[in-house]
Every structure is written in C-alpha cells, then in structure tokens.
Design a binder for this molecule. Structure first.
Ligand code: DGL
Length: 264
C-alpha cells in the first residue's frame, strides 16, 4: 500500500528523553498520527557539543528516520534547532517538511508576554548561539530578553531526578539570575526542561508564566494536515543506549508507552 505522506509516521528526535515532552503534545493533539522517536541517550547531553558533532549526530539520526519512511521530521531539540537547523533541513529531502523548536518557541513566548520582558532558559550551546534572543527581538522589536544557561538540568532529567530536593535547589540557584529582571514569561528553550516545570515554577517570582513550545509544534503539524483520523496511531521508540532508564521515564511522562524502546 502506498501511504499518503501525511499518513506516514512523523520522525522525532532529541539527545535523550527531552524530546518526549514534544511527543507527548503530538500524541495528545494528533492521537491517530503514527510516530517514530529516536533518543540519542548514548551521546546525551548535546548542550555542550560543537556544531560538527551535532551535525554528525543529526545526520545519522535523520538517515535512520528516513529509513523508517517518515513523512515529516521534528527536531525536538532546542540546541540543534538553535544552532544548525538550516543545515539539518538541507539534508532532508525537500518533500519532507522539517519542524524545530525555534520558530515554535519564539511564537509561543512572544504571544504569552504582555510586558515584553522575556526570559529564556536553555542549554549552554543554545544560549551562547544567541539565536533565541535575536529571533525574539526580530519578532517583537520592543522585547528585552534575558537568557540563562542551566547545564545541570539535562543530566538531572536524564537521571529521572525531576521532583526532589536536588531539582528544587538547582532550579532556585539558576533562577536567582532572573530575580530582578521583571520578566513575565519564561521560555523553556530546551525540551528537557518542561519535566522540571514544578521546580522551576517554585523558584520564580509570582506572575511569571512558563512557556513550553511543544504544543505549538503539534499545532503546526495539525495545520499542515497531519493527524488524519485514519492513521494507525502506532508508536515506535528507538534509543542509542540507556534503554532501561529511557523506558522508566517514558512510562511516566507519555499517555501511551506500551512496547518499550528498541536499542539500536
Ligand atoms: N533537549 C535538548 C535541547 O532541547 C538537548 C539537551 C541536551 O542534551 O543537552 O536542547
């Protein structure tokens, strides 16, 4: 049977479990859409990798996803989206749309902030690139942006330490940098961070809204015609390492995770 490209699985990838926060939104918004996920747990974290390494990892993963005959690719990684998105797009065939976290994140936070004072938290690689800041100011010229790198967040999430005192204290220390910034919206610029939302929210002054762009990615897919009701809603998860840990976390955060992941 030849599948319409919108009925083919959507290929989604990240360094590890973080991209599952994007999978969760896509599953909820498009429950019939088949999905193939790749978590590069063996090479996580990506946050302090250089562009050449990120390109090499992305190329390998995209090749793998294309071998699964995907109809779209979602770069569910803020770091790759901020640093090398156009290069990744360039090695995906032009008939396969590619979605990333930058456009979604910028739209989400610009729409959420009322006072134009915007915070961004992300990996070191993302913050050092300045891409989110530039794109936010390009979309909203009156905005002022304060970015903070939170390099310990990804290892905490990969360890499953998302709701303990270490997570709370780590968030408190990072959020001190935003104390006097006057921000009313804080963009979670790394897909791992929504899993730490409770600790981050507790550490922020009242009146700051946390912004997770994942829902905007799901909406963009829906607008482009993905999620047809005749889709088979199958889900396949692949990892490059640390399968047990991945499965444990995936079971907690996804509405459906029945088969476990496959180590490749
Ligand atoms: N979740 C990814 C991101 O959004 C990668 C984080 C990492 O592996 O450091 O940036």
């Amino acid at each position: 049977m030849i599948l319409n490209s919108k009925s083919k699985p959507i290929g989604i990838f990240d360094s590890g479990v973080g991209g599952l926060t994007v999978v969760r939104e896509i599953m909820t918004t498009l429950p019939h859409q088949p999905l193939v996920y790749f978590g590069d747990c063996f090479r996580a974290p990506y946050g302090d990798r250089n562009d050449e390494e990120l390109m090499e990892f992305s190329r390998r993963i995209v090749r793998f996803l294309l071998s699964k005959d995907v109809g779209a690719v979602v770069v569910a990684c803020g770091t790759i989206s901020a640093r090398i998105f156009e290069q990744v797009r360039a090695f995906v065939p032009p008939n396969i749309p590619v979605y990333g976290m930058l456009a979604a994140g910028v739209q989400a936070v610009v729409e959420t902030s009322k006072n134009g004072k915007i915070g961004v938290i992300a990996t070191e690689g993302t913050v050092n690139s300045g891409t989110f800041e530039h794109s936010i100011v390009a979309a909203r010229p009156d905005a002022t942006v304060k970015s903070v790198a939170c390099p310990l967040f990804v290892p905490l999430v990969e360890e499953g330490w998302v709701d303990n005192e270490v997570a709370d204290l780590t968030a408190q220390i990072y959020m001190r940098e935003l104390e006097d910034s006057g921000i009313d919206a804080l963009l979670l610029g790394c897909t791992h961070y929504p899993l730490l939302s409770p600790s981050i929210a507790k550490a922020l002054p009242q009146g700051v809204t946390l912004v997770n762009p994942a829902g905007y990615v799901a909406q963009a897919l829906q607008r482009d015609g993905f999620g047809a009701e005749d889709g088979d809603g199958s889900y396949d998860f692949y990892v490059s390492g640390k399968k047990e840990r991945f499965d444990k976390i995936a079971k907690i955060i996804l509405p459906v995770f029945d088969k476990g992941s496959i180590l490749v």
